[in-house]
Design a protein around this ligand. Sequence first.
Ligand SMILES: Cc1cc2nc3c(=O)[nH]c(=O)nc-3n(C[C@H](O)[C@H](O)[C@H](O)COP(=O)(O)OP(=O)(O)OC[C@H]3O[C@@H](n4cnc5c(N)ncnc54)[C@H](O)[C@@H]3O)c2cc1C
Length: 344
Amino acid sequence: MAGLVAAARARELGAEPVVLEKGNRPGGSMLLSSGVVWRHRSLEDFRAECPGGEPSLQRLIVEELDDALDWLESLGVEPVTRETGNPLTVGRRYDTRALTGALVRAAGDVRVQEPFQDAQVLATGGFGARLARERGLLLRANEWSEGDGLDYGLARGAGLTDGMDEFYGRALPGAVDESEYVSAAQLYARHALVLDDEGRDLGEAAWHESDLVQRLPGGRAWYVVDARARRRRVRERTVSALVDAARAAGGDVRAADRLPFALPASPKLVEPPFVAVRVHAAVSHTIGGLRIDERARVLGRDGRPVPGLLAAGADAGGIFTGGYGSGLAAALVFGRTAAETALS
Ligand SMILES: Cc1cc2nc3c(=O)[nH]c(=O)nc-3n(C[C@H](O)[C@H](O)[C@H](O)COP(=O)(O)OP(=O)(O)OC[C@H]3O[C@@H](n4cnc5c(N)ncnc54)[C@H](O)[C@@H]3O)c2cc1C
């Protein structure tokens, strides 16, 4: 997303940018996403949710996102809704095909299956594919974000942020087609008893559950839910529907008395029957990356800008460190900022 945004903004400012896209289609993980572009309600909330992130970068997202969303609409893309459905956040939800189409039109010159050799704005989406492979985890993102931007930045002397091992994670019932990345996600750990392979309780998850997914031993767990939990709602679906989605995707869904260990007693297991779902950690994008400043300039290991090099989206780290935030918002805000810096 960030590359398309940067090009759209640069063209609006009178430049003639070219977007070089490694994949066989534009849109990256944005195209596969739920399309909710959001922010925490205040900088204080953002700091509390992502305490390891750089405050000046977080401030920019809080201050600029609403204008950036209006700008998106000026490109001809109407949001599906103007709220996120989550009282902790504000933002808008878009149809990702419509959003990609509008950005491609505004960006102008987008060339697919052309990996970049040299770049002014790095926007390759981080290194989620590489991290997933190295850690033996599933990938729940576009397959092309291998860390090419990161490697290029490092070769140019860039510094790295903290949190290079952190990722935005979701639990999946197994390897699923990319069209099921959203619908098959098992996002109800807060209502489940979460157990490792020996039946030990893995504890509670934060509201976004990305913290828990990152610490699943071996990238695996069982989510056990009772009948009461299965009636709960997660966004617009019930937990029961999410369990059905796991079964439909070929996941291991079984009566909990067929687990290979005895169920521990838990206040979460009250109303039988109890159902167990096998889940696997999946990487959507990395959180650490190249150091940037609030003008999207890549910073060197000495803390000074690397001349002529900008980064946006998940290539830029240090925004969500220690927590969870909207990668689409970061791509939008810093993509626009990168174009403005490049042309200032
Ligand atoms: C299933 C799913 C649901 C999500 N839901 C949400 C959500 O609702 N809200 C939210 O905020 N975030 C969500 N996200 C995360 C969001 O999609 C990402 O944070 C966002 O797309 C990151 O933007 P980006 O520009 O950094 O990367 P991308 O959008 O992935 O774009 C990076 C592009 O760079 C290309 N590329 C890689 N290497 C090269 C190279 N060497 N040369 C040229 N091109 C290259 C890739 O092919 C890709 O097209 C979701 C992600 C997934 C996968």
